[in-house]
Every structure is written in C-alpha cells, then in structure tokens.
Design a protein around this ligand. Structure first.
Ligand code: FAD
Length: 426
C-alpha cells in the first residue's frame, strides 16, 4: 500500500520516535492495520549507526522471518573463562543463536514498514511532544536544511517512544525513565582468525565490572566487545587489553579496527509508567525506552520486537478500531506474551547475583558453580536448549537445585529473592 498523501497540519495516527527494532516492528504492524504512521529517526540512514552486537536468539525468528542473508554466523559453542579457572565450554548440535547483520536487518524492516504504508524520515531528531487543546499531540523535531537546523512539527493521535535507553520521549512526556545502565563498547576488527561458530567470554571484575568481555565471529570479521557498570571502568582501555585476554583463543596482534560501536544497556528492569493518555500527553514507550531489556545479558532485541509488534495491534485496535482500553490491556498482558515476564525476572535475578560479585574472588566462586557437571547442564540448557518461550518450572527447578547445594554463597536475602521469583515462575 502506498503512503497516504499527507498535507501540512494533517494528523498522523502515530508518530514513532526511533527506527530500530522496537520502532520498526511497531510501524510495520500498525501501518499494515491501516494506521497512518510516521517514523522519526535521528541517524541519517536506518541502521547507519549500529549500537548493538546483534546476537539473535532463535526466539526472535518466532516473531520475525529474518532472511538468512542477515544471519551471518550461526553459533553453537560458547567458551567462558573467569579468573583462576580453565575455560568452560558449552555446545550444542543445533543452532541456537546467530550473529546478525544489524544494518541489513533494520533496513529490511524499514522497507517492510514502508511497503505497508509507513513513512520513515531520517535525520529527524525528536525534540518535544505535548498535547494540544484539540487532543492531538504536537511533535517537534529538528532536521538539517541547507546546512542549517530547522525545527518542524507534526500532529499525531499518539506518540510512540522507541528511542532507546535514554528516551527523550519518556523525558518530555513525563513517563518513567531508565536510571541504571551498563556501558558497552565494541570494535569490529579484521585480520583475526577465529572459529565461525564459537562465542568467547572472559569475566573479569576489574576489566568488565558487572558483565564481561567478548570475542565473537561477525561475518568475515570479529567483534571484540565489553560491557560493565557505567563509570566503574573504561571500555576503551579494556578493549586495548584484549590481545592478552584472548591469547588462549587467537592471535590478535595483527587486528585492524574497521568499526567502533558503543551504547548503553538499561538494567533497572521493566518501567512501570510507560503509557499516559491525559491532558499532558498521549504517549507509549517500547523496547529499551520501557526498560524491556534483559538486565543480566543485555538481550533487548527480542523484547523490543515483541513489544513493538504487540503494541501495534493494541494501538490499531484502540485508535483505528475504537476499542477503548486496548492499550492498557496490552500493557497488562505483555509479561505473559512470549514469556517475556519470566525472561525479564530471571535476568533481574541474575543481575542481582552478578552485582554481588565485588572482586575476582567472588566471580570465581560464582563461576565455579557452573564448572561442575550439573552446572554445565544448566548452562547448556539456558544458552542452547531452552528458548525463552519454554522456560518452565522444570528449568527453574534445575537452577534451584544448583544453588541450593551451595548454601551461604550469596546469602539468605538473595535465596529468598530467588525463591520468590521461582515460586512465581512455577
Ligand atoms: C554494546 C551493546 C551490545 C548489545 N548486544 C545485544 C545483543 O547482542 N543482543 C540483544 O538482544 N541485545 C543487545 N543489546 C541491547 C539491544 O541493542 C537493545 O536492547 C535494542 O537495540 C533495543 O531496541 P530499541 O528499538 O528499543 O532501541 P534502540 O535499538 O536503542 O533504538 C533507538 C532508536 O531511536 C533513535 N533515537 C534515539 N533518540 C532519538 C531522537 N531524539 N530522535 C530520533 N531518533 C532517536 C536511535 O538513533 C535508534 O535508532 C546490546 C546493547 C549494547 C549497548
């Protein structure tokens, strides 16, 4: 369906801020249901600035038929190393996750949104949104015209904030904002010989406090990345040390830097107030902007796609179809969709455990749990065998047993927190 003609001051059904996983999933779904959708993206082209590693778990493929050409590497082995331990290796016969060509995938999603009738406007930086007396949202943004910044406005029935962890839509419309973050940085490097199927992780409290350093295949290149608590480390300095960190894997002395990426990961959990429809604003947050990101692994592509896709149904029903309350019902049901709530709860809990590690000795104790036969089984199941949608009570049971055998390791308070999570999950 071609884009509907749009005159000045006409009203879009939805203005979406952010042309990434959440925003484009929303735009495609909403436009396919007949809504007039405008997407504003600050980058000059969709996918032009990549801020993610692009690990796609196979759950993503349940939501979106990502063409094979964007699934660059199929990973079926993971090697994890912590201080004072030999590497733990977990593998599988089946592909469980992929390294995606993020630029290609986002451009493909943008094309799909346009095919459904959405308009995607790049180089458009969202500035503000407020409700007018007639009920419409006035959305202001800046573009560059003839080298000079120009402020423009559009009118919409709702504004969708899919603008990432530091959402300006959340800020300007008074919705909840993320407050806790990991900082991440990644280099794409050439000239490195690496297994095409293995993802390598190094845990080190000094070099990556609260997360890890990784080396992974990325098409014909390699991705060398790190994430950790913001302000507690310097990502660039850690990456400089990668040569010695991964000396047991490959020789990085000849690597050539092809691209740098960086970004933040929200780890404070799902935000509560992500929608409002009152005198001040009508706005809804999705994906990272809504805190929908795994707090431990930083996996946020699946939640962004899922929230975008389901929100599109809800907004189309409420705004296009006149079904009152459809958006609030979507918000109530979201944790049950694709077992997103379970996934986020488990990630929150693992984050609490990870944050208890305040030294390499703590990390080593934590890591030791998985360096056993039963620990290895749990890791294998979590990483390669149990899609998010299948995390059930038997999986929780395995983890519970693993930790119950080591009383005192993380204290009573954490055990109680875990019991609460698993009781809800069972
Ligand atoms: C280093 C790093 C590695 C990661 N690796 C993985 C991984 O391997 N797998 C995984 O699942 N998750 C990963 N994540 C998390 C994942 O990238 C995010 O959870 C996911 O991208 C969230 O999608 P989103 O659509 O909500 O927001 P984003 O992908 O953050 O997109 C927000 C969009 O909004 C645009 N925008 C922002 N502000 C404005 C504005 N004012 N005006 C207009 N446009 C604006 C941005 O340019 C961007 O296009 C990683 C994150 C980082 C930082």
């Amino acid at each position: 369906m071609p884009a509907l003609p749009h005159s000045e001051n006409a009203t879009w059904d939805a203005v979406v801020v952010g042309a990434s996983f959440g925003g484009l999933a929303f735009a495609s779904g909403a436009a396919a249901r007949g809504l007039r959708v405008l997407v504003l993206e600050r980058d000059p082209v969709v996918g032009g600035v990549v801020r993610t590693t692009g690990v796609l778990f196979s759950d993503v493929l349940d939501l979106l038929d990502v063409p094979q050409r964007y699934l660059m590497n199929s990973v079926r082995r993971m090697e994890i190393r912590a201080p004072e331990h030999p590497s733990i290796s977990v593998g599988s016969e089946v592909w469980r996750f992929y390294m995606a060509d993020v630029t290609g995938m986002l451009q493909w999603m943008a094309d799909a949104a346009r095919d459904h009738g959405a308009t995607v406007r790049c180089g458009a930086i969202f500035a503000d949104a407020a409700r007018e007396a007639d009920g419409r949202m006035r959305v202001s943004y800046t573009t560059t015209v003839d080298g000079a910044a120009a402020v423009q406005s559009e009118y919409a029935r709702i504004v969708i904030g899919a603008d990432g962890a530091h959402s300006q839509v959340a800020r300007r419309t008074g919705l909840d904002q993320n407050t806790r973050f990991l900082a991440g940085a990644e280099w794409l490097v050439e000239g490195v010989s690496l297994s095409r199927e293995t993802f390598y992780l190094v845990m080190d409290h000094e070099l990556a406090p609260g997360y890890c350093v990784w080396l992974a295949p990325h098409g014909e290149m390699a991705a060398l990345g790190v994430a950790g608590h913001s302000r507690a480390f310097k990502p660039g300095e850690t990456l400089q040390l990668a040569q010695s960190l991964f000396a047991h894997v490959t020789d990085l002395s000849q690597m050539r830097l092809a691209q740098r990426k960086g970004g933040v990961i929200p780890i404070g959990g799902r935000l509560k107030r992500v929608y409002r429809d009152d005198a001040q604003a009508r706005a809804l947050l999705l994906g990272d902007a809504a805190g929908l990101c795994g707090a431990a692994t930083g996996g946020g592509i699946y939640p962004a796609l899922l929230s975008g896709r389901l929100a599109a149904h809800a907004v189309a029903n409420e705004i296009g179809g006149g079904t009152k309350g459809a958006i609030r019902t979507y918000l109530k049901d979201l944790p049950h969709a694709g077992r997103l709530g379970h996934y986020l709860q488990i990630e929150d809990w693992i984050r609490k455990l990870m944050d208890r590690a305040s030294s390499n000795a703590d990390l080593s104790a934590f890591y030791g749990i998985f360096d056993t036969e039963e620990g290895n089984r749990v890791l294998k199941r979590a990483l390669f065998e149990t899609p998010i949608v299948s995390m059930d009570s038997s999986f929780f049971g395995l983890i519970r047993t693993l930790f119950a055998n080591r009383p005192g390791l993380y204290g009573t308070a954490l055990k109680m927190a875990w019991q609460r999570v698993t009781a809800r999950g069972a």
